[in-house]
Write a protein that binds this ligand. Sequence first.
Ligand SMILES: [Zn+2]
Length: 307
Amino acid sequence: MSTVRVRYAPDIRNYRYLIHPLKESAPIVEGFLYTKKQRDILNQYFHKGIDYASGYKIPVYASADGYAVAGYQRYTVLNEDNTPKLYNGKPFSCGLGYFIQIYHPYKISKVKGGRITIYGHLSKFANGIYAKTDKPLKIDYKKGIIKNNEERRKYKKGKEKIEEKIKSTRKLIWKYPWIKKLYGFSFSNDITKKESYLYTPQELKRLHKEGSKYVKWVKQGDIIGYTGTSGIIHGRPKYRENLSRPNIREFSTWDESHLHFQEASRDIKTGKKILNRDPYGIYLSKEHYNQFPYDTLFIDFEKKISL
Ligand SMILES: [Zn+2]
């Protein structure tokens, strides 16, 4: 069992600097690796975060001091051939939804270059927190389907199959126009256009100093937002996407209401999350989180872990 941990845990000494983002000891519903069920739904193995089950609109607390930014991120779940994947006959989405990211400089996290924590699927942000929103990207399904079926294109039957896929995807888009849109992935270097979660530490400091409404310094334990199910749409969307101040009423979707929590760094050049740590130091799927965390990032680690 230690091999998984040895392979995936980044070589950073764990220093306890976080408090749990939810007040009550919320059950862990997904660990660092996805459970089999979730893996089959999402076609993904690594979760690289922790999901806590929670009621709807429950306060979420800043795990440590830092610069908070907010955004909206959502993508349509696809099959290997680039057609939208269906769950109970309807397209569905994944991604962080309305989320907050806090940058914790070295003096807080005791890691060179600082660390980030992420809080996903929120229904509402606390006062003074605004998502920086941009136009969504448009997915070109036709192009993607052709590209992912190059072998098949060589044969007449294959060509017909591809045409069928394009046609049925077109129908699906007509019924569910949201599946064409992709939110939260505008990788621009222009500071006015780039996603706020991609601000460098220097930009965060400068923008905060200048009084930008998109960067807020928060203290450990401050309420930053409220739990929800944003980003996980199933069938028709039940809320408005890409608002700077969302306030979403509870709706039913393909997954339960939960808080997605992550601790990581960002590659300054690519903006990608790197060196994700499991705050409990376990690096396995949910079933393994009943062990006592001996190497955790949480100060309040004695808080009972429930499954
Ligand atoms: Zn999650």
